[in-house]
Design a protein around this ligand. Sequence first.
Ligand SMILES: Cc1cc2nc3c(=O)[nH]c(=O)nc-3n(C[C@H](O)[C@H](O)[C@H](O)COP(=O)(O)OP(=O)(O)OC[C@H]3O[C@@H](n4cnc5c(N)ncnc54)[C@H](O)[C@@H]3O)c2cc1C
Length: 444
Amino acid sequence: MSYDPLHSISPGEGLDHVDSYWAATAGPSPGDDGRLQSPIETDVAIIGGGYTGLSCAFHLAKRYGVRPVVLEANRPVWGCSGRNGSFAGPALGRVSLSEWAARWGEVGARSLWAEAVSAVETVRSLIKEGNIDCDVQPDGRMRVAHARSTVKKLEEDASVLRSFGAEFEMLTPSEIGEKHFKGKEAHAALRTTYGFVLHPLKLGYGILHMAREAGATVHSASPVLHWSKHGQTHCLDTPDGKVYAKRIVFATNGYTNERLHPTLDSRLLPVLSNIVVTRPMTEAEIGESNFVTTDSISDTRKFLNYFRRLPDGRVMLGSRGPIRESGSAPHRDRLLQIIRRKFPALHSISADYFWGGWVALTPDYMPHVGHAEDDPTAFYAMGYCGSGVSAANQAGRRLAEYLGESKPVPVQLNAQPPRYPLARFRRVGQVAAFQWYGLSDALT
Ligand SMILES: Cc1cc2nc3c(=O)[nH]c(=O)nc-3n(C[C@H](O)[C@H](O)[C@H](O)COP(=O)(O)OP(=O)(O)OC[C@H]3O[C@@H](n4cnc5c(N)ncnc54)[C@H](O)[C@@H]3O)c2cc1C
């Protein structure tokens, strides 16, 4: 049976990276501490070796002298962190900017924006501090109205950004065509410089190296299969060794086994997201499409299409995946069709890579960082809703600050995620929601 986090105990054991463009171009891993093979004791055990777990481990070790142990089921950075769309931006969850003020009021929305911008700065400073060579491109982030009727969504977001005093520009279709790309489905664009694109797996490898240099231990091929607590001590069972920890951190996001700990139960909906990467564009195709921008680009669909040009002239595009893992060809071709529709000049472009990964939605579409209501020694950070390059690194840092010096996590993020009502029927609800989103996109 194919893997589904809702039903599987672990995402695997020692699996290699998915066959992605990033894995093909990242170079070798900086190494890890191998499979856990004997019982160990530690102050902090972190379950999951993606951005959340590694950032938490690095900040704990470097800033607070804690020597955490990271337990990763597969290879470090095997999950979404090594296979995402590479956009590092000021995104927290999937709540539109215009909804922020409605949910949290003016002051709350402003402090959330400050946290979102700080998350991007956290990525920047990790790259700087670790001298990580991860193909960072110039700052630039565009949201493009794919239909005339969605231009007003951009205008609403622009007015919120204005109220924050944030810098942005609104681009007309001809400005998009002259400076960025010539394509269909580009009726206006809201462009900011609060984000950039990079090589996500190289970033993850860099943070892995930094965490181990700072004193963290990172065990690969060590899935946590069972949790229990005896007195004040957490006990984590992996196939060949137990970990006894005073404090634990769940950093498993879309790959969470919700039966591992009562606080994880029914709080997430894991959803597949897919990416296609084309062959390099020819000179003629580049000339005709004028696809020269290095910005991250996303559109205004409910089923968001996100795309960018890669440094070697390929086009990367991602969007929602199927409900369950299934044969890749139809899904790859669907994404390829979107590229061809958006860029008529690329009508004969073919795909060289296609892959997917599980992102984690929450009922309120926001990430959450905190500890179990009934146990202040069991922590979690998860639910990035498909926007975790900056948010997960920031969440890992925030958790380290909380564990290291009791610094509070921003109030909008630190409540436990609500549980899904009728949680057993989440996949049924997802089918209904997907149909509605598809219909609503078709109508625009
Ligand atoms: C196709 C795709 C495109 C995306 N594009 C973007 C983008 O452009 N910008 C953006 O901001 N975000 C994007 N995201 C989301 C982003 O990648 C994630 O939110 C982020 O990487 C989450 O980091 P993480 O460390 O919390 O989780 P992950 O990186 O998924 O790591 C979780 C790890 O936990 C491990 N694990 C799970 N269970 C256990 C266990 N029991 N024991 C031990 N280990 C375990 C898994 O093996 C996995 O390695 C994308 C995601 C996907 C799938």
